[in-house]
Design a binder for this molecule. Structure first.
Ligand code: 6PG
Length: 619
């Protein structure tokens, strides 16, 4: 619809061919009388148009799938046109100014509507409020794209990979009214009809399910937004290879798995050449987070991110001010880097709790439920966190009359992100000692058979008379966590400086306050101070805690080690604190040794010029 010469016939024909619908030009349905009247320079009135509109309405009844180009200038005309139609009617209003249309009309030859009638068309026009309004100044192709996006039944977002996380994210998207296309591969006898079964099981009527990739891609509006929730590693490259020939320029692929940040950068560069955007995003929160609101850490091209932002923000957890726990992290693989460090911090947070559990259970002789009570009491002491809470819950869990924790094999698994964090820290020259210690603690635990053998040979006893207090434990835990967060955030800062990512540490803390595994009260408290460039350990808020807490941390370590316990994370925390706060350390010996055997040279304390020295050592 629109005034004469707004381009109805051109657009209508193109649209009809796109949809494979018949096209009808309402001008062809005017009675002789109307045509003559217009040709003589007189405008039609309501009465003149009535019969014509009724005939068009009749046509629409006979041709339920059709494109009709009709001026439909007044609301009353449109009501008449759509009267008693059983199918949905979409009005597309081609809007232009008088001047724009006038120019077009003067260029047009042989049309029954004289230019002199244009003003009466505008006088009669009542702009529709319920139509898709499209500017006539756009190219016909763009107009068709806009119309197709509005009226066709295509989906707005696609998700590939219906594993546990993928399914939860799908439900989250659908709960947030996203028109979703879901795809899971077909593997005969193993993965068959996964998407369709899932759709049926959860009554996800508004979504579309596929196991044919081409149909899945076809079902999406452009630019397509496709989220991959497949296992990190070669599976990502594989699906990208399958997707690329099916995609158009400007389409966006989002990798929501725990991919390595350098793989993300490589994939981004490759897809860039194909004109396709790639966003590597961290998603934290496990199955429940994915369903109810995860913390989301997207990185890559910012313009591409802006297009997926509404979807990611809709499904993200919300912080205490109602803001989505999702923020653009930075370019390249920075989103995945930040997620990787999140997991590293997670490793150390988990390990601290595991060490505390050991000390309480076997050094203090407490029952799991008593330890759960203790941990819960710490929530009121500024130590509340998701991991503390779930650990207390774990310790209360029973199977018949046995604590479940006693039935779980003490052999820790890992999926690699802690390893990557340790390697990245090492490559960047940053001492993430607690993450490393937590990772290695898992590795030690994994050698269960060797441990059993060694235990039977050495027969070391653990003393059940641990002489640090429960208060020491609480304060040592507080200090250990601060050091862990310091190391994690400084590692991010170090990567940000090295790769010129310009990351906002405070914003990262902000999106880690809800949805993710390391959400905690401490994280909330870090948002403000992280706005300053000061490392956490040097922030005023932490000084008193660290000064007094160091004594508790020392007491825990001394008594724990003396009693025969393995405390990799707590000792790493204390060693780091001691090393970080000493202005004079022992590295002069290292430098001298290096110079002695390799002439690697050293700097002197009495020469600040940066000059290096070599000594011809006398022996
Ligand atoms: C999260 C978790 C999640 C996953 C870990 C487990 O943020 O939701 O970190 O990513 O649970 O990858 O890692 P491990 O198997 O290495 O412990």
């Amino acid at each position: 619809m629109g005034v004469s010469a707004s381009g109805k016939s051109t657009i209508g024909k193109l649209l009809a061919s796109e949809l494979r619908f018949p096209f009808f030009d309402a001008d062809d349905f005017h009675p002789e009388y109307n045509i003559k009247k217009m040709a003589s320079g007189q405008a039609l009135n309501d009465l003149d148009r009535e019969g014509w509109l009724l005939e068009l309405n009749d046509l629409a009844r006979r041709e339920p799938n059709a494109i009709i180009a009709c001026s439909a200038l007044k609301e009353a005309y449109r009501i008449l046109l759509r009267k008693d139609l059983s199918k949905e009617v979409h009005f597309v209003y081609l809007k232009g100014s008088y001047e724009q249309i006038y120019d077009r009309m003067t260029e047009r030859e042989g049309h029954m509507m004289p230019v002199s009638l244009l003003q009466s068309q505008f006088d009669t026009l009542e702009e529709p409020s319920d139509a898709l309004t499209v500017s006539v100044s756009l190219t016909p192709e763009t107009i068709i794209k806009q119309i197709m996006n509005e009226i066709n039944p295509k989906c707005d977002f696609g998700l590939i990979g219906l594993g546990v996380m993928g399914k939860s994210l799908c439900r989250n998207l659908i709960n947030n009214d996203v028109k979703l296309a879901m795809y899971n591969r077909f593997v005969a006898g193993v993965e068959e009809g996964v998407a369709a079964d899932f759709k049926q099981a959860y009554n996800l009527d508004s979504s579309a399910a596929f196991e044919d990739l081409e149909q899945f891609v076809e079902s999406l509006n452009t630019p397509r937004k496709i989220m991959l929730m497949v296992s990190a590693g070669p599976a990502i490259d594989h699906i990208i290879e399958e997707l690329v020939p099916l995609l158009d320029e400007e389409d966006i692929i989002i990798d929501g798995g725990n991919s390595h940040y350098s793989d993300t950068k490589r994939r981004m560069e490759y897809l860039n050449k194909e004109g396709v955007h790639f966003i590597g995003t961290g998603v934290s929160g496990g199955e429940e987070g994915a369903l109810k609101g995860p913390s989301i850490m997207p990185g890559g091209n910012q313009q591409a991110y802006e297009q997926i932002k509404p979807f990611l923000e809709a499904i993200a957890a919300k912080d205490k001010n109602g803001k989505p726990c999702c923020t653009y992290i930075g370019t390249e693989g920075s989103g995945h880097f930040v997620k990787m460090v999140h997991n590293g911090i997670e490793y150390a947070e988990m390990q601290l709790l595991a060490e505390l559990y050991q000390l309480c259970r076997f050094g203090k002789g407490m029952q799991p439920e008593q330890i759960a009570d203790l941990f819960e009491s710490w929530k009121a002491e500024g130590l509340d966190s998701f991991l503390l809470e779930i650990t207390a819950n774990i310790l209360r869990e029973k199977e018949d009359d046995k604590y479940l924790i006693d039935l779980i094999l003490d052999k820790a698994g890992n999926k690699g992100t802690g390893n990557w964090t340790t390697v990245a820290a090492s490559q960047l020259g940053f001492p993430a000692t607690m993450i490393t210690a937590a990772l290695y603690a898992r590795y030690v635990s994994a050698h269960k058979e060797s441990r059993k053998q060694a235990a039977s040979i050495f027969r070391f006893e653990k003393s059940s008379a641990l002489d640090c207090s429960l208060d020491d434990m609480r304060e040592a835990y507080r200090v250990g966590r601060i050091i862990n967060h310091h190391q994690g955030f400084e590692l991010i800062r170090s990567a940000s400086d090295t790769f010129a990512w310009n990351l906002d540490l405070s914003a990262i803390a902000g999106i880690w306050t809800n949805g993710c595994i390391i959400r905690s009260e401490l994280m909330e408290r870090l948002i403000e101070p992280l706005k300053e460039a000061l490392p956490i350990l040097l922030q005023r808020d932490q000084l008193t805690i660290l000064k007094t807490g160091r004594e508790n941390l020392t007491a825990l370590n001394i008594s724990g080690l003396k009693a025969g316990f393995n405390l990799p994370c707590f000792t790493a925390a204390l060693n780091f604190l001691n090393g970080y706060t000493e202005s004079k350390g022992s590295a002069n010996i290292i430098q001298a040794q290096r110079d002695y055997f390799g002439a690697h040279r050293y700097q002197r304390v009495d020469d600040h010029s940066g000059k290096t020295y070599h000594t011809v050592w006398s022996n």
